[in-house]
Design a protein around this ligand. Sequence first.
Ligand code: 6PG
Length: 260
Amino acid sequence: MPRVILGFEDAEAVAQHAAREFVRRARAAIAASGIFRVALAGGSTPRRSYELLAHPSLANQVDWEAIHVFFGDERAVLPDHPDSNYRTAFETLLSRVKIPDAQIHRMQGERADLDTAATEYEATLAESFDLTVESSPPRFDLVMLGMGDDGHTASLFPSTGALEERRAWVVANDVPQKGTRRITLTIPVLNAARCVMFTVEGHDKAAALAAVLEGPRDPRLYPSQLIAPEDGDLLWLVDRAAAQSLAIKPQDPSHSRSLS
Ligand code: 6PG
């Protein structure tokens, strides 16, 4: 499916659509195969989508007993740290729905040895997807991603080593921009997904979004350009503020026409 860029008036509308898309894809995957495997985005943008998903009006539409939750990346912090992506998802969603604890697969960012933590997460993926780590990458039903104002996604930051990784599914990545190491899914896994859904909001993302979507191809500078599912959907849900520098206006999902 070609890349679809949907424009929304504001962050709330983006979150509403993202939450509904999660439900739609979860219901379809569970109906088709009895399971839905999703990798959640980190950062602050998805908070509202998670909160909406936890609301009974949406939560009651999915069988959480059939859902396995993974993470796209994690910071090098304890799971109860304010910067933890796991904590964000737990507080806003996972603690509010009936998903079995064993189906929440946390990246152990707190470990002193993040390389081992990454390798162990690969083993978790292999077990859950019934694969061996030598096989093709796991194929998530949905990967939710955000994008930084520098064009990074997950913990794939500009000019960092993880950008080149094409064998491992999960790596520890040195991120000098943040003065830290992080655990992240790699390009092969992200691009194996049935659907990758970005949510991008706010003026501060406008320049990077235009560079990623419409600028010259320069993935070392704009890593989000690397995200192109080989056999899956690529959805960009953007609000008006983030889309302000785009030459081609996003589609209006309600009228399936470009925003004026
Ligand atoms: C992380 C995320 C990262 C995030 C962007 C956008 O761990 O930080 O995986 O890729 O999606 O940095 O973050 P905001 O949503 O907070 O702007």
